[in-house]
Design a protein around this ligand. Structure first.
Ligand code: SF4
Length: 444
């Protein structure tokens, strides 16, 4: 029991943790524990395999090992590690981009600003006000072919939605009522898809025995892979070039997988909650800050990382800060986390702890809001940084003057100088001090 609590604070997944154990399935937590200690050079950011002369690594304690084969210093390596992480989010960079971008924090923030601009073009202006979505393992339906999409592009989602309608007869011929498409690790304001879990909960979705097709795109993490081989679930990885013909084939495979469900392994969940999305009214937020109705603004974001107790800090921060009159805003993966615990605004409920502005992409609306606010009254809380997009979003917030706190160590400690500089942008706090540090930063 004590071990289960340490993994994740969600009590409703306890049955799935026990189910996995009973079925002899190793989950990501087991894999993590099995591989400890993780590679020390990688954790410090002192490792490189960018060319076939390497891989190179520099011993942080050796004065003789000053440079890699091609002459990179420890500072260069650490900067490169972070820069590579951030740039893998969207931009294709060549070696000279890397060298020039690794010079200092300004270059790093410049890269992030480029990304934010391209995100604004993709989705910054869309309205989501009043859109409702369901969240939780209970969105998987027993009489439908359940398809889970994680980290796929909007173009791909559109293809799946259209083809699922086209293939309704294929589904009914297999005894299902149709296709039920859900997403993992994000909210879907544009497509009418529910969110089954955050990126750290997909293994539980597979463990329900109801997930027929699990598709991971280039921006997905794919932790559900650990469970897929033990179930009927059909798995595929989407690359950027995937075409309509291929997607159609995949949906046919999903229908076949539905016929192979093992009834003895099905354990459906009743975890389901609703969220109503909002558009940000900058003027009204500013007025409420001026007249003291909102003491501050807190942005809750980021991934789901098993290096800390999953979901714990985000939920604790939401409860503590909202109860002190702080306006709490969230988006994407963090919204799924908070939504499954029922902390998000629902239709007609204006007293919710946290309001959701939409998908990961909609973080640009929050960035736009904070530009005009007094930065002393804004904080970014991303306790579980995980994916490149999380680091980009954290840097984008800090680049606009907002203090950002995390409880995940970035791979920077190989260089004290670089570590100190980045820590000014994204400040590390231990999990035990995290919420207190947030309150202190806001002078609450
Ligand atoms: S440090 Fe230089 S030589 Fe070594 S792997 Fe990286 S790019 Fe190649």
């Amino acid at each position: 029991m004590r071990q289960v609590r340490r993994k994740i604070v969600d009590p409703s997944v306890r049955t799935y943790l026990l189910k996995a154990k009973k079925e002899g399935i190793k989950l990501s937590w087991n894999r993590f524990e099995d591989m400890l200690p993780q590679d020390g050079f990688g954790r410090l950011g002192l490792y490189c395999h960018d060319c076939l002369q390497g891989p190179c690594r520099l011993n942080p304690f050796s004065e003789d090992e000053e440079r890699t084969i091609c002459g990179l210093t420890k500072e260069n390596l650490v900067n490169r590690t972070l820069y590579r992480l951030v740039s893998s989010n969207d931009l294709d960079l060549n070696a000279s981009d890397l060298d020039c971008g690794c010079e200092d924090n300004d270059s790093l923030l410049g890269l992030v600003r480029c990304q934010v601009e391209s995100m604004k073009v993709m989705g910054g202006s869309r309205n989501v006000q009043g859109t409702t979505r369901q969240i939780g393992l209970g969105v998987l339906r027993e009489d439908y072919i359940n398809i889970c999409l994680e980290g796929v592009s909007p173009v791909f989602m559109n293809m799946v939605q259209n083809l699922a309608e086209e293939l309704t007869e294929e589904a009914t011929s297999k005894g299902a009522r149709g296709y039920n498409i859900v997403v993992a690790g994000d909210i879907s304001p544009v497509f009418p898809f529910s969110s089954v879990s955050n990126i750290g909960g997909v293994e539980f979705a597979v463990l329900t025995g109801l997930l027929d097709f699990y598709m991971v795109g280039t921006k997905g993490l794919g932790r559900g892979r650990n469970v897929v081989p033990h179930y009927h679930t059909f798995f595929a990885q989407a690359d950027r070039s995937i075409c309509k013909v291929k997607v159609k084939e995949l949906l046919v495979q999903a229908a076949i997988a539905y016929t192979k469900r093992d009834k003895s392994k099905i354990l459906a969940s009743d975890q389901i909650s609703e969220v109503e999305l909002i558009d940000l009214d900058k003027e009204s937020i500013q007025t409420n800050i001026n007249n003291g109705c909102f003491k501050a603004v807190c942005i809750l974001g980021g991934g789901t990382n098993l290096k800390v107790t999953q979901d714990a800090l985000l939920c604790e921060a939401a409860v503590r800060l909202a109860s002190m009159g702080v306006l709490c805003l969230t988006y994407g993966n963090a919204a799924v986390t908070l939504g499954k615990y029922g902390y998000l605004q629902k239709a007609g409920d204006l007293n919710a702890l946290v309001s959701c502005v939409g998908a990961e992409l909609d973080v640009v609306k929050i960035l736009d809001l904070v530009e005009s606010l007094d930065k002393e009254k804004v904080i970014g809380l991303m306790p579980e940084l995980t994916m490149p997009r999380d680091i980009s979003n954290a840097l984008a917030l800090s680049g606009s003057g907002v203090k950002v706190l995390t409880s995940i160590n970035l791979p920077l400690e190989g260089s004290k100088a670089v570590g100190a500089e980045i820590n000014k942008l994204i400040t590390y706090c231990s999990p035990s001090d995290y919420v207190e540090e947030a309150l202190k930063a806001l002078k609450l």
